[in-house]
Unconditional design. Structure first.
Length: 384
């Protein structure tokens, strides 16, 4: 994955508890060889051929995978759709435990989407650490539920768009679309070509959402936000998302986007392995400024909440470690489940579940070391 050869590097990480993707284990060490995990060994193992790197307590876990990152550290992907911009975003979020991410380009001019796809392709070829693909959120969305997406750029999907998506060749590709704006036959075609279709920003009926799932859609984008709600005789997108056992749901667990009670309902209703923590982070997150420009509109951070002048939420100030803490401290979710929601579940959704999300032989050594306060101390991407 990265450009540097690590094949000589062989070391054991000791001194921390280890979450292997299933359970938390004590008195073990993680053996890293090159870019991969060679195994989990008893901490007491004596082998002079292994250099030991002692961690001072805490927990070693699979690195976090964030499938929805608009920006971070002062960089916004839409405003800077370049390999350098991608590298800055990835580095900013890495400090908060994210070792794999999908930079996310939101509704914009067609040339911005093209630049974003090309930049991801270049960044991956150059070995920019942690770039797993791209998330294209829009512009094939439903105006009444557009949120902070600019209405000027919303449009219907064209044959040229489909061709661009099918030939993107930039790792995992998630496309958020409105199921009442894109025909099921097109959803099916995109799904067959490997695009991970996620439903969002839509006032679609429950029936329209179910039809899109049957056609091949796989997920829902930031559950509850910018979608038709659950009502008794109109289950809407939220109802279908909660009732469906196979699809994945992204949730923004920041205390601003969704009330904690609604999040508890989702966690109670949905299979635990189908919930993914996402940040929907903007350039303010991960060390960025208090205000920034979004396509000519001002976004300001107040008390951790990002909004346009009219109060519309505009992405988040969240990082993945803070989302994990919110789940554990506010939603009473067990640490193991919260960590899976931040790593294994999104990795599996992206088709990376045999490389990422577990600490096991043959998996990539993409790891996060958390203190007992669940704050990030250190990360590794592909063993580095």
């Amino acid at each position: 994955m990265t450009g540097t050869p690590h094949h000589q590097m062989r070391f054991a990480l000791t001194g921390a508890r280890v979450f292997d993707g299933e359970t938390i284990r004590k008195d073990v060490a993680v053996l890293v060889e090159g870019a991969h995990i060679a195994g989990i060994i008893a901490e007491a193992t004596r082998d002079d051929g292994i250099s030991r790197r002692r961690l001072d307590g805490g927990l070693l876990a699979p690195g976090f995978v964030d499938i929805q990152v608009n920006g971070g550290g002062g960089t916004l992907f839409n405003a800077d759709p370049t390999p350098d911009g991608i590298a800055r975003m990835a580095a900013a979020h890495r400090r908060f435990g994210t070792t794999g991410l999908l930079p996310t380009v939101i509704t914009d001019r067609p040339e911005v989407l093209e630049q974003a796809i090309a930049a991801i392709r270049t960044a991956r070829a150059a070995g920019v650490p942690g770039v797993l693909g791209i998330h294209i959120e829009g512009p094939f969305l439903d105006a009444p539920r557009r949120g902070a997406h600019d209405a000027r750029y919303l449009r219907d999907i064209t044959d040229a768009d489909i061709a661009m998506l099918e030939s993107a060749d930039c790792g995992a590709l998630v496309l958020t679309l409105a199921p009442n704006r894109v025909a099921p036959a097109i959803i099916a075609r995109l799904a067959r070509s490997g695009v991970l279709v996620s439903l969002g920003h839509s006032a679609a009926t429950g029936e329209e959402a179910r039809t899109a799932l049957a056609a091949g859609a796989r997920a829902f984008t930031h559950l509850f936000n910018a979608m038709s709600p659950l009502e008794n005789r109109k289950p809407g997108m939220v109802g279908v998302a909660l009732a469906d056992r196979e699809s994945y749901c992204g949730i923004i667990a920041d205390g601003h986007h969704v009330d904690d009670i609604a999040l508890k309902v989702a966690v109670a209703a949905k299979p635990r392995d189908r919930i993914m923590l996402v940040t929907d982070a903007m350039s303010s997150a991960a060390g960025g400024p208090d205000s920034f420009d979004l396509q000519g509109r001002r976004v300001t951070r107040v008390d951790g909440r990002l909004a346009l002048a009219d109060g519309t939420l505009a992405g988040s100030d969240l990082t993945m470690d803070a989302a994990v803490r919110h789940c554990v401290n506010r939603l009473d979710i067990g640490l193991e489940d919260a960590l899976r929601m931040a790593s294994l579940n999104p990795a599996t959704f992206l088709g990376c579940g045999r490389d990422l999300g577990r600490i096991a032989p043959g998996y990539l050594a993409s790891l996060v070391h958390l203190g007992d306060d669940l704050k990030v101390r250190r990360t590794w991407i592909d063993g580095a």
